[in-house]
Design a protein around this ligand. Sequence first.
Ligand code: KG4
Ligand code: ZN
Length: 372
Amino acid sequence: MFRFTFILYKKTLPVNNLSFPLNTLQYIYMYILGIETSCDETAASVVKADQKTGRLLVLSNVISSQIEIHKKYGGVVPEVAAREHVLNMLPVVEEALQIAKIKPTQLDLLAVTKGPGLITSLITGLETVRALSFAWQKPVMEINHIEGHIYSNFINPATPIKFPALILTVSGGHTTLVLMDKKRKIKILGETRDDAAGEAYDKGAKMLGLGYPGGPIISRFAAAYHGPKNRLQFPRPMLTAPNFDFSFSGLKTALFYQLKKDPNWQKRRAEYCFEFQQAIIDVLIGKTIKAAKKFKARTVMLSGGVSANQELRDQLTQTVEKELKGINLLMPAKEYTTDNAAMVAAAAAFKIKHQKPVSFSALKVDSSLQLK
Ligand code: KG4
Ligand code: ZN
């Protein structure tokens, strides 16, 4: 079977056959099918990209979330996630095409998350795309998951994106500050040295007995708190450090010890959530403002699952208005904050201008893929 596939492939799609990628650049519109399976969301989306204006129209954005399944384990179980992806992948792709009213023959490009993420989850999406690419004879753009989050801001931006742009990506696995120039080249300014901000939310919620995923639950409890402030003291890790790196594991440890010495913590859950969240927000905003000033950013963008947090969005908006006058602030629409495939297709729409797609034989996952 393998040999048969190999021979067929050799005949029809030589490794460096670039005829289809070059043709796609001549199109006015491109229809791109994006696929994302880096963690516990099986997602597919069809995006129509206007090659001239850069405008993106999301025709479908289908997400099958496994949250209900992983909830009972208090976090994502990789083996379970992979099995669910296998079951959900093709129905999700089919639905995305149906909603978009697009046939596979109309697609110009496939886009898939190459990494970083859970290896077994990534493999399901990537191998699906390999099969579809072979069957439909479509080129593929491999996308870095964080890059996908970054490009979620390029879907119907509320204000023009001026460069250099500073982007803070805050997800369950990453907290990353990057600078993007007008050629969309990315320079990493800082990353987390241990836990990501989303991970701090998730682990904090676990300690507070609040379930998974922690971000939405902690933010709900925090929003319901209207009592006295600053009675609980949490550190602001690395806020004043002379770099743009982050560290959130100390904050988690601080929560652990405060809970240990407080016999009444269960009655003060909302207060704990409020102060713990504020410590995270202070660090994220403080570092972002400092970097925006230093690198003279003309646009500031927020992305990743934690960017769904309304308090973070509100406080960042207020601080940018106050401290970065005249600078555009962009945040993705809520449906593009947590993992989705529209952001993967969006990243491909921009990347195709500078990077050649690959044929199915060259696809390869990389669970610890670095941003470049
Ligand atoms: O980007 P994402 O969906 O997946 C990763 O790439 O990791 O981010 C998931 C993270 C989780 O840690 C989750 O707790 C957090 O985003 N999150 C939130 C909110 N919604 C999701 N954190 C704070 N507030 C929220 N509303
Ligand atoms: Zn993500």
